[in-house]
Design a protein around this ligand. Structure first.
Ligand code: SAM
Length: 267
């Protein structure tokens, strides 16, 4: 998969694409990164890419003709051209999974007051990292790269590991532990120290449900809950009414012991 990142500060992203798992995946040919300096396409000897906003006001705006010349320099048309902007659609795991299906993404990082609004005609989507404003799009591009690249086959090795992660599984991830088994009077839960895989699976699922209920109850409605999950949520404090509200199936019926019928007194 290829990422072509257009930025005024390619050196900010360079180490990011060369280190750790991204760097290793690039070395193995699984990923490719082009870090393209927008100033190369300024079209003037001062390499100036911005100008004052029409209508006045503070700050400078990146010219649309610079963005167009930079994008059109790519040898192949990318599958998606993504503008990073606080006014875009909020980035999430679902979007990362969609983007990971593509083979070539171009990312446009803004600075100053951002790009001339006509840049919208050059892009396939506008993406925001969240409801806050950063000084430039590079950190947003780095987050998008990390989230998308790790979903590509071979990048993190074991695909199952991301399928169980928060958001991909529909729930927040369950808590993980490693050695030491006891630390400052806090012991690793006993079930994880035994070898009963079914019990470990159920424990993990129950903890993921509890965490999601406590921290992100909005996720439960789309989490594909099972009757066993409903039972776990009821014991974690959700009411039967709330369970129905999130569209969870009823918990499994408890098998009741047959109580002998009361003896009918002889008349
Ligand atoms: N005037 C713009 C506004 O209020 O929407 C903010 C421009 S910001 C200072 C400069 C650049 O940082 C933007 O063009 C964008 O590329 C990037 N940026 C800032 N916050 C972002 C966010 N939450 N998500 C994605 N990109 C962001």
């Amino acid at each position: 998969m290829r990422f072509s990142v257009f930025t005024l500060f390619p050196e900010l992203l360079r180490p990011f694409t060369q280190e750790a798992l991204l760097g290793r995946a690039a070395a193995r040919g699984l990923l490719a990164f082009d870090l393209i300096d927008l100033r190369e396409y300024a079209g003037n000897r001062w390499r100036k890419v911005d100008d004052a906003p029409y209508g006045g006001g503070a700050g400078m705006v990146i010219r649309v003709d610079v963005a167009a010349a930079a994008l059109e320099s790519l040898e192949a048309v990318p599958d998606e051209v993504i503008l990073l902007t606080p006014a875009g659609q909020r980035f999430d795991q679902k979007m990362a999974e969609e983007l990971a299906q593509q083979n070539h993404l171009a990312l446009l990082c803004g600075r100053y007051e951002g790009f001339d609004a006509r840049v919208e005609t050059l892009v396939t989507r506008e993406v925001s990292l969240g409801d806050f404003v950063m000084m430039g799009g590079e950190a947003a591009a780095a987050c998008l790269l990390e989230a998308v690249a790790r979903l590509r086959p071979g990048v993190i090795g074991d695909e199952q590991s991301w399928r169980a992660d928060s958001y991909s599984s529909g729930l927040l991830d369950y808590p993980e532990y490693t050695r030491p088994a006891e630390w400052r009077a806090q012991a690793v839960p006993e079930v994880l120290q035994g070898g009963n895989h079914a019990a470990i699976e159920r424990w993990r699922r129950d903890r993921a449900l509890e965490r999601t209920l406590a921290r992100r109850p909005d996720l439960l409605a789309t989490a594909g809950l099972t009757p066993q999950d409903s039972a776990a949520l009821l014991s974690a404090g959700l009411s039967a009414e709330q369970l129905a509200q999130v569209g969870a199936p009823p918990p499994p019926r408890k098998s009741r012991k047959k109580t002998p019928a009361p003896a009918v007194p002889e008349s």
